[in-house]
Design a protein around this ligand. Structure first.
Ligand SMILES: Cc1cc2nc3c(=O)[nH]c(=O)nc-3n(C[C@H](O)[C@H](O)[C@H](O)COP(=O)(O)OP(=O)(O)OC[C@H]3O[C@@H](n4cnc5c(N)ncnc54)[C@H](O)[C@@H]3O)c2cc1C
Length: 366
């Protein structure tokens, strides 16, 4: 059996685990990242995510603003764009109250959009004259570039193996058992997405993670890709749906569109109904026909994935800690992964966890 002995083990090489491991190495720790599949292949899969500051919970908006600064720093370090400069557009009645919160944050630039500027920022959109705002400091996250650069920076620290058990040892270290290895580490950070709650359960910790499934559908831009293309969050209901999000791929030739809805797991707790995923995909295409005439409504791609949410909201996030092992859970974590990475690295190295990330704080509540 292979053994690995490093300061910290990170379980999972999605964006949160990669960010955590990267920040740990920057802080001087030796790290092993255990990943069962391909880095960035779980909930972090796909070509784009939205970076937006607007959230119902003002504390989360502040946390995300810290994350934006780290995305900038990483872009400079890696010499590549990790968040597009084209902004994040939001439509709907909450726009005014969200702008009031965001205007209090340093380095966040938001403003209302009139119909003409909305058309310039989002030329794919049908005519709309309701409340609209632009987060100039938001944009499309370049997911593939982020996963590739972080993975490369971690090099041999990334180990392809499935973690089966975690256990505190008598000598005060934490044992990690995988398919072919036995690792010993001073601290373990579990960022395993769908695999987080089962690993917590193995040490007697029950996380209130609710599992569902989701589909995002990709559509081709009909004409030459626009030079600038913002992301979209549409809560207006003007086009028949009240919770839609969309983001462009890096060359703006395609736009991924999803509904904020998800598909529940079946009674067996493990399977999902493919017909329910089809129904969600059909609703996304119907929305595109009405709201986004600049797209061809025939899908050119799908991202299917599990979703892990906390009971207090779709943007809820928290960290549970138990004697040398930390577990992070939540949804919509891509944008805040850099700030989470910094906090989780600090926790592993100093034992200090920011109060706002404790479960009792219910960060990201609706
Ligand atoms: C379609 C879609 C659209 C989204 N849109 C946005 C958005 O616009 N903005 C945003 O911020 N967020 C968005 N999200 C959410 C965001 O993508 C996820 O919250 C984020 O990617 C989660 O990252 P993670 O690292 O926590 O988990 P994951 O990416 O799931 O990574 C966990 C990793 O752990 C590994 N693993 C699991 N169990 C084990 C084990 N026992 N041993 C070893 N490895 C294990 C898995 O293989 C996986 O690679 C979206 C999600 C989806 C699916």
């Amino acid at each position: 059996m292979l053994t690995s002995t490093t300061d910290v083990a990170v379980v999972g090489a999605g964006i949160v685990g990669l960010a955590t491991a990267y920040e740990l190495t920057r802080a001087g720790a030796s790290v092993t990242v255990y990943e069962a599949g391909a880095p960035g292949g779980g909930q972090s899969a796909g070509d784009a995510r939205i970076f937006r500051h607007a959230h119902a919970d003002a504390r989360l908006a502040g946390f995300v603003a810290r994350s934006r600064a780290i995305w900038r720093e990483w872009s400079d370090t890696f010499g590549t764009e990790l968040v597009s400069p084209d902004g994040a557009v939001a439509l709907g009645p909450a726009v005014e109250s969200r702008m009031q919160v965001l205007r209090t944050l340093a380095d966040v630039t938001v403003r209302p959009l009139d119909a003409a500027e909305l058309r310039a920022r989002l030329p794919l959109l049908a005519p709309y004259d309701g409340p609209a705002m632009l987060d100039e400091t938001g944009g499309a996250i370049r997911t593939r570039a982020a996963v590739t650069r972080l993975s490369a920076a971690l090099g041999d620290a990334l180990v392809r193996d499935h973690v089966l058990t975690l256990r505190r040892t008598a000598s005060g270290t934490v044992e990690v058992r995988t398919g072919t290895r036995r690792g010993t580490h001073a601290y373990v950070v579990v960022c395993a997405g769908l695999g987080t709650a089962p690993l917590a359960h193995g040490i007697g910790l029950s996380l209130p993670v609710q599992v569902s499934a989701h589909v995002r559908v990709t559509f081709a831009v009909r004409e030459a890709p626009p030079r600038r293309l913002a992301t979209l969050q549409d809560s207006s209901g003007a086009f028949g749906e009240e919770g839609v999000y969309a983001a462009p791929v890096p060359d703006n030739s395609r736009y991924g569109v999803g509904l904020a809805a998800s598909v529940p797991v079946n009674d067996d707790g493990r399977s999902i109904d493919p017909a329910a995923l089809d129904a969600l995909a059909t609703r996304a295409a119907d929305y595109v026909r009405v709201a986004l005439p600049g797209l061809d409504p025939t899908p050119v791609g799908h991202v299917h994935c599990w979703v892990t949410t906390l009971p207090w909201g779709d943007d809820g996030v928290a960290v549970w800690e138990d004697d040398g092992i930390a577990f992070v859970a939540g949804h919509n974590l891509y944008k805040q992964a850099p700030a989470l990475g910094v906090e989780l690295a600090a926790l592993a190295m100093t034992g200090t966890l920011a109060d706002e990330l404790r479960p009792a704080a219910r960060l990201g509540r609706d």
